[in-house]
Design a protein around this ligand. Sequence first.
Ligand code: HEM
Length: 151
Amino acid sequence: MSQPISRRMAWAYVLTVTLLAVTGTMQMPIASRYRITAVPGLAWLGDFWLTHKLHYLGATLLLTLASYLATRWVLEWRRNYALTAFGLARCGLLAALIATGAARVLKNLPNVSFAPEPTMLLDWTHLGLAVLLGLLALARLAAKAAYVRPR
Ligand code: HEM
């Protein structure tokens, strides 16, 4: 076996990250400003609360998937597999996205308030990490490289 992760898991990851990327982008908010909502079938992207809740749903799915894969990695797969540079970079970016996303969730709680500057820094870091994750996926495809390799 050259890959420990099944195709079903790989697809679950792709769908979850796509949901997060689409709903995250709509948090900025750009759907109405750039008339994305005028495209037939995409009007729902202008509903901030819907995309906001879907982003939280995506975050829950990502945390579930990441916890499952990290547990199997530690208990099982790491004996036979190692992460490549692409794999290490993806793990690092996902961990940082989860950390900045969790801090943003904290900031959204009604009784928690952050100053405007740290909030802006947090938002830009989260957005920058999301862009880097997309660029990494494209670079990995272009290089035809793997995220894991057999030991
Ligand atoms: C692949 C993973 C993810 C991607 C691509 C992604 C993408 C984005 C983008 C583009 C934004 C809008 C820019 C910004 O305001 O920073 C955003 C906002 C946000 N994200 Fe994520 N995100 C991801 C994971 C997460 C996770 C795991 C959490 C929670 C643990 C999270 C929570 C949030 C929150 C709370 C906001 C701000 C929403 C608001 O305006 O209140 N994100 N995300």
